[in-house]
Design a protein around this ligand. Structure first.
Ligand code: TRP
Length: 332
């Protein structure tokens, strides 16, 4: 069997954070060694709920690009590009929109929960409601068989496959079904103990955070509110410092020992927080430093993305040509 192609992407509505890192970026860095990989900065999708704030989307394109390069995505191995630079994706979306119903989109669990979060109700922008269709265009344009995403995106992948099956059954076998790939840690809790690290909740550590900010954030993490004096027995469950150590710590034995000590009593929060800070510094200081270097030459970063966009456009144009031929919309 030929090697499967990977496509994935992020909405440029802010810098990427540790939730993105464990949920998908780390995985992508590994996958680029074995697969042909496309990573897209989904500015068109970001505009579906930011139409009135295009500057936010525009300015975050470069931020996300720097995050990609800083974590170790390499332009020779991963084609990084901007969604709006590929109008072919919008054209595919138009063809696919006829293969889904509004009711089905409204039932999509990802769309549903995002609509609730944003309080849209019936006044949802049409573009937002149909973003899973545009995402199906992103994925199928590259004939991607694998899509590394966070688990909240799985219903969107399912909807992509419904579109693929419908398309192929009407127009012939052109499009490829796809599969979501989850990381080992699919969801990182927020600093405040909320289930998800998310920009809108303001509980994030960003890849670009400087050492001082990281320290402040770690020291402010939610622990066990009943663990008041050092001698008190403390709880591990729901304690973010230990939750993060489970995800990022490498010395599992030392961590187990600290957990036992904390539960017995006699281990203070500050000590565990300092330990976590060391762990995070070791892992993320090199990424932060690369990001600073990249920020010093933004033109070079944009050139990488421009070249990637040229390459991605060629691939998407080929699929679009096949799609047009299959539907029969070729008149001249
Ligand atoms: N919806 C994704 C997110 O919010 C971003 C995205 C757009 C994407 N197009 C994609 C992800 C295609 C995977 C594949 O994170």
């Amino acid at each position: 069997m030929t090697q499967q192609i990977i496509l994935t992407g992020d909405r440029p509505t802010g810098q990427l954070h540790l939730g993105h890192y464990v949920g998908s970026l780390e995985n992508r860095v590994k996958l680029q060694e074995t697969h042909q990989q496309f990573v897209m900065i989904a500015d068109m999708q970001a505009l579906t709920d930011n139409a009135d704030n295009p500057e936010k989307v525009r300015s975050n394109v470069i931020e996300v690009a720097m995050d990609y390069l800083a974590v170790g995505l390499e332009p020779q191995k991963t084609t990084m590009f901007i969604q709006s630079a590929i109008p072919e994706l919008a054209e595919l979306t138009m063809f696919y929109l006829n293969l889904v119903t509004v009711a089905r989109l409204q039932r999509n669990p990802t769309v549903k929960s995002e609509m609730q979060q944003k309080g849209y109700g019936a006044d949802v922008p049409a573009g937002f409601l149909m973003y899973p269709v545009s995402q199906a265009a992103d994925i199928t344009a590259f004939k991607a068989g694998l899509v590394p995403v966070g688990e909240d995106q799985l219903p969107v992948i399912e909807q992509t496959n419904e579109i693929v099956r419908k398309f192929n059954s009407i127009y012939g076998d052109i499009l490829v079904e796809t599969k979501g790939v989850l990381s080992a840690h699919t969801r990182l809790a927020g600093l405040d103990g909320k289930a998800k690290m998310s920009k809108s909740l303001g509980n994030c550590i960003y890849l670009g955070d400087d050492a001082d900010t990281l320290k402040k954030k770690v020291f402010s993490m939610f622990t066990d509110p009943d663990h008041i004096r050092v001698e008190d027995p403390g709880k591990i469950d729901g304690n973010m410092v230990f939750a993060y150590l489970d995800v990022f710590g490498t010395d599992k034995a030392a961590i187990e020992e600290m957990k036992a000590h904390y539960q017995r009593g006699g281990l203070g929060d500050m000590k565990v927080k300092r330990y976590l800070l060391d762990v995070l510094e070791a892992k993320f200081a090199p990424i932060r430093n690369r990001r600073i270097e990249l920020a010093n030459d933004k033109a070079a970063v944009m050139e990488i993305i421009r070249m990637g966009s040229i390459k991605a456009k060629e691939v998407a144009a080929q699929t679009l040509a096949e799609v047009r031929r299959a539907i029969g919309v070729q008149y001249f």
